[in-house]
Design a protein around this ligand. Structure first.
Ligand SMILES: Nc1ncnc2c1ncn2[C@@H]1O[C@H](COP(=O)(O)OP(=O)(O)OP(=O)(O)O)[C@@H](O)[C@H]1O
Length: 280
């Protein structure tokens, strides 16, 4: 049986009266490409934000490489609101920061590109790499550890070669065409040596040709870096073309899961996308 890389267990995320994610359960195994899809506002990015430590869940737990990394099972009045096998139990909250989670081996990209605008392509990747180095940014900047710095630079060169950005490594990140900026974002995530890569709408704003290239690229890096990929995407050609399995959210609730063929023929999913009312 393949190793489980991510498990989301009974995760609920509530913002005031809005239940953005409602008792979500999901599992991803080593080497899989799994998509999380659903209409706008379904809770997809919120789920990513819980997994990567941006938000502490209102309830539930997240397991990474078979170790519980996030947990919150509330007590008192709140406990009655939540479901799952731990309902009503009190446990201490486990709530690591996003950078700790990156260090554990999880990296992500964002819906809106977040590059260091005034830095070169090379430096964007190098800065990301420092996140997992034994020396800190300060020591690297002042060359206190030459050996490590040299090794990091070599690794960045190799990475840029692999992702096809070696020829633009000295260009400013923001001078790149859109498709290459997206690729650079992924290169930065890869620089932290992740086991799990989360991509939040990687094809947003891309034309069909760029989307096709990205689809192939995601498959290539999965194989080359022995990655597991969890992605949110609205471009259905990409999702259906690349995913091993798909989970579908609607109004925070998991309404379907299965292979691309199963999801394409699922009436509940079709209705959710067409905006059909539940009682229609
Ligand atoms: N920080 C927040 N505070 C309050 N409400 C929030 C917050 N973040 C998300 N929400 C709400 O949670 C719900 C889910 O939002 P989310 O961004 O997770 O959806 P999504 O599926 O990623 O949507 P899209 O496809 O449009 O990016 C929405 O109703 C949104 O308004």
């Amino acid at each position: 049986m393949s190793e489980q890389v991510l498990k989301i267990e009974n995760v609920t995320m509530q913002f005031g009266g809005v239940v953005a994610v409602d008792n979500l359960n999901l599992e991803i195994n080593q080497g899989e490409i799994v998509a999380l899809i659903g209409p706008n506002g379904a809770g997809k990015t919120t789920a990513f934000n819980v997994v990567t430590g941006v938000y502490q869940p209102s309830n539930g737990a997240v397991w990474f490489q078979e170790k519980k990394i996030i947990e919150n099972y509330p007590q008192g009045k709140m406990k009655k609101l939540y479901k799952g096998q731990h309902a009503g139990e009190y446990t201490h909250a486990l709530s690591p920061t996003p950078d700790k989670i990156t260090q554990m081996g999880m990296a992500r990209t964002f819906q809106n590109i977040r590059l260091w605008k005034s830095q070169t392509v090379f430096d964007n990747v190098l800065i990301a790499k420092h996140c997992r180095s034994t020396s800190n940014v300060f020591s690297a900047a002042f060359r206190l550890n030459y050996k490590e710095e040299a090794a990091q630079r070599r690794h960045v060169e190799e990475l840029l070669e692999i992702v096809g950005l070696a020829d633009v490594k000295d260009d400013l990140a923001t001078s790149l065409p859109y498709g290459k900026q997206r690729r650079l974002e992924i290169a930065r995530a890869l620089a932290t040596n992740p086991r799990l890569l989360l991509l939040d709408e990687p094809a947003a704003g891309m034309n069909p040709q760029e989307t096709d290239e990205l689809t192939a690229f995601i498959g290539e890096i999965r194989d080359q870096f022995h990655l597991t990929v969890f992605l949110i995407e609205h471009h259905m050609n990409l999702v259906m073309g690349i995913s091993d399995r798909i989970y579908v959210l609607d109004f925070g609730e998991l309404i379907a899961q299965g292979t691309p063929a199963e999801i394409q023929n699922n009436q509940r999913v079709i209705d959710a996308y067409l905006g059909v009312a539940e009682d229609a």
